[in-house]
Each structure stands twice: as structure tokens, then as C-alpha cells.
Design a protein around this ligand. Structure first.
Ligand code: ASP
Length: 437
């Protein structure tokens, strides 16, 4: 077991978790045991990942920015990063819209199934719509206001306010850049040290990752089986075509868009990229959270792909909070699917509205499980599609969340490679630490 590479161990953990969960649901005693005695270890695992997210972002971003050397380089890197974020987001939504227009999964949904889905998930959909309504009552510039913390210590106690921590860390980094070296040295070396210590802790957490994902997957299966009545499985089947449409779109993103991007801008082979980032992708899948996976994404991108620390610590925390290609593709497909199922014909301007609002929604989506579904409500309303329609897509939500999180993470990692390569700070493969597992 010791000799196996990390991603194989994580995959094994997932597979055994799946088999265990499937067997557990056959016996109610074992299912209860799974929830009482196995699930907590999954929760502990996710908690420990989240525990290091804020200090890691704070320390690595401050050190990263301070080491960039000058402000003009920082603003060039910032502009480039945001530009690629917007470009990949628009590509992913357009891809989603194209796939759903070709496959038309909504038109295949029988009227009776549609009624059943609406009545079964209405209540659940209602609560998401309420959350979205709250988000919507805020003014148009509220996201900008939300980026600035009113108290950095408070902000750093809340993983949901990661963007505020990113904002503060950027500011400290910039200020350090402009402070005379001898005066800023202590602060810089403190954060440098903190950064190293946190990275060590991430490595400890990764050692137990295979067990963590086993517990997460086993508990997930038991829970899904618990709250899906028999009929729901039938309905889930009816939605298979929709789920496949989302998955095909995401697959094209992973198999075509990112490889082309990486090939065009860097010398890194896509296979090497994929191999390096694999454990982070698997964790994204198991946790459904880009924020929880962030420490691991940063670790892999630096150690296995050779992205410089200054780029990784700048691009990835930002990416985990504002760049969500999987989520925006999912939102594009889902909006059109709902419209198709309800027999609505969308105009060109409604399609454009979807592209625009889904791009903005990606920025507003937190890197936590289920956030993309809440933001979808806003996309639907902007495009004039009834928000209650989300009841139609609730059944496969969890599995699609897992997959889109994986794509979100792969997107962030690809952008970090492109930025590092164009900045001339991507280490060549032969300079990487081969022994690092
Ligand atoms: N779970 C996703 C993430 O963390 C966000 C979403 O719900 O789409 O990246």
C-alpha cells in the first residue's frame, strides 16, 4: 500500500467507499453505523482542509506578491489572469449552450415526468429561490463592496469571506513591496515561515486523504439513498440525458479546451499536467468544494507542474473564488434545459443574457458545495425563465456538483500554468522534484 502513488490510493479510497456505501444501504444497521461512525471522519477530513485554507491564502499570497518585485509586473500579471479567467468562462458557457442546443435533452422529457419532478422537488427548489432572492435584493455594486472586509480578523474567521482575505493579502503584499527592505524584512520572513509550516500541514492531511475520501463517499451514498424515494430513481433516469449533456460539455473542456490552452502557451505536456494535478481533481470530486481543495491544488501546481510560487499563490486563491468554468457551463446547459422542458423558445438576446449573467454568477459563486445551483436561479430570472424550474434538475445535482468542481479546479490550474509560462516562471519538467509524491 505504501508504494502506491497518491492518486491511486485516493481512487482506491473512493472505490472502496462506493462499494461499502452500496452494500451499507442494503442493511439499515450498517447504514446507521456509516452515518454515526464513518461519516465523522469524512467531516474531519474536510474540516482540516478548510482549516488551513485561510492561513495558507494569507501567507502565500503576501509572500507571493512581495516577491514579485515591482508593481508593474504585478498589474501585468493581474490583468492577464483576469483576462484569461473571463475568456475561459465565456468559452465554457458558450460550449454549454452549444451542447444543449445540439442534444436538446429538455425536449425528450415526457410531460408526466416533468409534472412529477416539479411536485417532488418544489419545496426544495423554493428554499434555493429564497436564498437567491436575498442575493438579488442587494444593489448592483454589492459584490464590489463585499470584497472589502470591514474587519480583517473577522473576515479571516469565515471561509465564505475568502475573497476579502485575498483582498487584504494583496494589499499587504503590495505595501510590503513598497516598504524599505530592512523595515519589512521581519514581516516578510514571518509570513514566509508561516507559509512553509502550513504547506507541511497540507502534506500531513494528504497522507490521510485516501481514508478521508472513503468516508466521504460511503456516507454520501448512504445519504443519497436515504432521501431519494424509489420514484426518484426513475426520475433520475429520465434526467440522464440532461446529465450526460452537462458531462459531455465538461469533458470537451477538459479534453480539448485546457489542453489547447496549455499546449499553445507552455511546453508542459497535457499528460504531465493531468498526472500532476490528478490528486487535486479527485479531491475536488470528493469534497465538491474548490475552497477546501485549494491547499492541495496549490501544493500540486507548484511541486508537480513547476508553477512558480508567486504565480500559484496569486492565481489559485483568486481562481477558487471567481473562476468557475464547470459551474458556468452547468448553468448554461441547465438554463436552456429548463426552458426546453417548459416549452419556451429562447431568443438570441435571452441566450446573451445567459452568457452575461452566468459569467457574473461565476464570480459570485462561492467555492462550496451547491453554490452553483443557487446562482443558477439568478441566471434564470435574468433570462426570463421561471426559477421554479430548478425543481427539474434537483435529482442529479449532487453528482453534477462533484464533476463541475473538478472542472473548476482543473481550469484554475490550467490558468496558473499559462500565466507562469507567459511570465517565464514555469520550471521545466527536469528541474522538478521527481521524488515528490
Ligand atoms: N461546488 C462548486 C465549487 O466549489 C461550486 C458550485 O456549486 O458550482 O467549485
Amino acid at each position: 500500500m505504501k508504494k502506491l502513488p497518491l492518486h491511486t490510493k485516493i481512487l482506491l479510497g473512493m472505490t472502496i467507499g462506493l462499494i461499502f456505501g452500496m452494500s451499507a444501504i442494503q442493511f439499515s444497521g450498517v447504514a446507521a453505523f456509516t452515518i454515526d461512525f464513518i461519516k465523522p471522519f469524512g467531516t474531519i477530513f474536510i474540516r482540516s482542509l478548510k482549516m488551513v485554507a485561510v492561513p495558507l491564502v494569507l501567507a502565500s499570497l503576501i509572500v507571493g506578491v512581495a516577491n514579485i518585485g515591482d508593481i508593474s509586473k504585478l498589474s501585468r500579471m493581474g490583468g492577464k489572469t483576469l483576462g484569461i479567467f473571463v475568456a475561459t468562462t465565456v468559452i465554457s458557457i458558450t460550449l454549454g449552450l452549444t451542447t444543449v442546443a445540439i442534444l436538446k435533452p429538455g425536449e425528450a422529457l415526457p410531460e408526466e415526468t416533468r409534472q412529477n419532478l416539479m411536485s417532488m422537488y418544489n419545496e426544495n427548489a423554493g428554499s434555493k429561490i429564497n436564498v437567491a432572492a436575498e442575493v438579488k435584493t442587494r444593489g448592483p455594486l454589492q459584490p464590489l463592496v463585499d470584497m472589502v472586509p470591514d474587519n480583517i480578523f473577522l473576515a479571516s474567521t469565515d471561509n465564505g469571506r475568502m475573497l476579502q482575505v485575498v483582498f487584504f493579502a494583496l494589499l499587504v503584499g503590495v505595501a510590503l513591496l513598497q516598504t524599505p527592505k530592512e523595515k519589512g524584512a521581519t514581516v516578510l520572513s514571518f509570513f514566509n515561515g508561516l507559509n512553509e509550516v502550513i504547506i507541511k500541514i497540507v502534506q500531513y492531511i494528504m497522507m490521510v486523504a485516501p481514508y478521508g475520501v472513503f468516508a466521504l463517499i460511503a456516507a454520501l451514498i448512504v445519504e443519497i439513498a436515504g432521501d431519494q424515494p424509489d420514484k426518484a430513481w426513475e426520475l433520475l433516469y429520465a434526467l440522464l440525458w440532461y446529465a450526460i449533456t452537462v458531462i459531455i460539455g465538461m469533458f470537451i473542456m477538459m479534453a480539448l479546451v485546457y489542453p489547447l490552452l496549455i499546449k499553445y502557451f507552455s511546453k508542459l505536456g497535457y499528460l504531465e499536467f493531468f498526472k500532476g494535478i490528478r490528486p487535486a481533481m479527485l479531491l475536488g470530486f470528493s469534497t465538491s468544494s474548490s475552497t477546501a481543495t485549494l491547499p492541495v491544488t496549490m501544493d500540486r501546481v507548484e511541486k508537480k507542474l513547476g508553477v512558480s510560487e508567486e504565480v500559484a499563490s496569486f492565481v489559485l486563491p483568486l481562481g477558487a473564488t471567481i473562476n468557475m468554468n464547470g459551474t458556468s457551463l452547468y448553468q448554461g446547459v441547465s438554463a436552456v434545459f429548463i426552458a426546453q422542458a417548459m416549452g419556451l423558445d429562447l431568443s438570441i438576446s435571452q441566450h446573451l443574457m445567459i452568457v452575461l449573467t452566468a459569467t457574473l454568477a461565476a464570480v459570485g459563486t462561492a467555492g462550496v458545495p451547491g453554490a452553483g445551483l443557487v446562482m443558477l436561479v439568478i441566471v434564470l430570472e435574468a433570462a426570463g425563465i421561471p426559477a421554479a424550474g430548478i425543481a427539474l434538475i434537483m435529482a442529479p445535482e449532487r453528482i453534477l456538483d462533484m464533476i463541475r468542481t473538478m472542472v473548476n479546479i482543473t481550469g484554475d490550474a490550467s490558468v496558473s500554468v499559462v500565466v507562469a509560462a507567459t511570465e517565464g516562471t514555469l520550471k521545466p519538467a527536469d528541474e522538478l522534484d521527481k521524488a515528490y509524491e
